[in-house]
Design a protein around this ligand. Structure first.
Ligand code: NAP
Length: 242
């Protein structure tokens, strides 16, 4: 069975990605940090789609925790490998730079940028040995154009975009692609505190996006049909760029 790991798969965009990949026939490893009830809901929905999966909680900002969880998973599944990795887990801690606390900078960089390195390094060798893999990073419009009040988040997402382009070139020969998807405003818990009525006026499509609209692009990038696309960043933002 083909296996996909989705970080932050319990809620929001990550959940929609789990369901999309399950519908494509993938066995889904659902990572999350603390919300076990929501992760179990996602797993039940994966099963309702006729697929299967498991929960694998770890903190994507904690290198030791990741190493332990993934090496134990590999020991239990020595005949298998994870062929699709979706680096999706992320947080926001917005503040203007002069007021930004150390933890607001550090937590956002650790969870959104260091997570890419922490998780991807553990899985790339297996993809290379099997000469097939898909790495898909969920970044953000903020990482492309920068967003006021989000120097931490914009820096982290821009960092992942640079890493996406570099890693894509390192491993393209071995049939492993690395791409990024950059959502604009998507309706999830992360954007619950935002004033949608006011913000949607700046969006040409005049609405926030749905998690499923991001997951559709992830599904395409995970498919064999996307074999010749690597090092790309695909925006899903209703026309909102500048
Ligand atoms: P969300 O609804 O807040 O869900 C976040 C998910 O990430 C949850 O599953 C959460 O797990 C998990 N998570 C957070 N910190 C983690 C950690 N340290 N270790 C492991 N898992 C962790 O967020 P979302 O809106 O779906 O965002 C998903 C991704 O899209 C993020 O990378 C975000 O930056 C990006 N994005 C979102 C938007 C948007 O408008 N929503 C726009 C651009 C980019 P728990 O359930 O355990 O807390």
């Amino acid at each position: 069975m083909k296996i996909a790991l989705v970080t932050g798969g319990s809620r929001g965009i990550g959940k929609a990605v789990c369901l999309k990949l399950a519908a494509m026939g993938y066995y889904i490893i659902i990572n999350y940090r603390s919300n076990t009830a929501e992760a179990e809901n996602t797993l039940n929905e994966v099963k309702q789609l006729g697929s299967d999966g498991e929960l694998l909680p770890f903190d994507v900002s904690d290198r030791a925790d990741i190493r332990k969880s993934l090496s134990e998973w590999k020991k239990r599944n020595s005949d298998k490998y994870i062929e699709v990795l979706v680096n999706n887990a992320g947080i926001r801690k917005d503040n203007i730079l002069p007021m930004m606390e150390d933890n607001e900078w550090d937590d956002v960089i650790n969870t959104n940028l260091h997570s890419f390195f922490n998780v991807t390094r553990e899985l790339t060798t297996d993809m290379l040995m099997n000469k097939y893999g898909r790495i898909i990073n969920i970044v953000s419009l903020s990482g492309l154009k920068g967003m006021s009040g989000q120097t931490n988040y914009s820096a982290a997402k821009a960092g992942v975009i640079g890493a996406t382009k570099a890693l894509a070139q390192e491993i393209a020969k071995k049939k492993v692609t690395v791409n990024a998807v950059a959502p604009g405003f998507i309706k999830t818990d992360m954007t619950e505190d935002l004033d949608e009525k006011m913000l949607k006026r700046m969006i040409p499509a005049n609405r926030f996006g749905k998690p499923e609209e991001v997951a559709a692009v992830v599904g395409f990038l995970a498919s064999e049909g996307a074999s010749y696309i690597t090092g790309e960043v695909i925006s899903v933002n209703g026309g909102l760029y500048t």
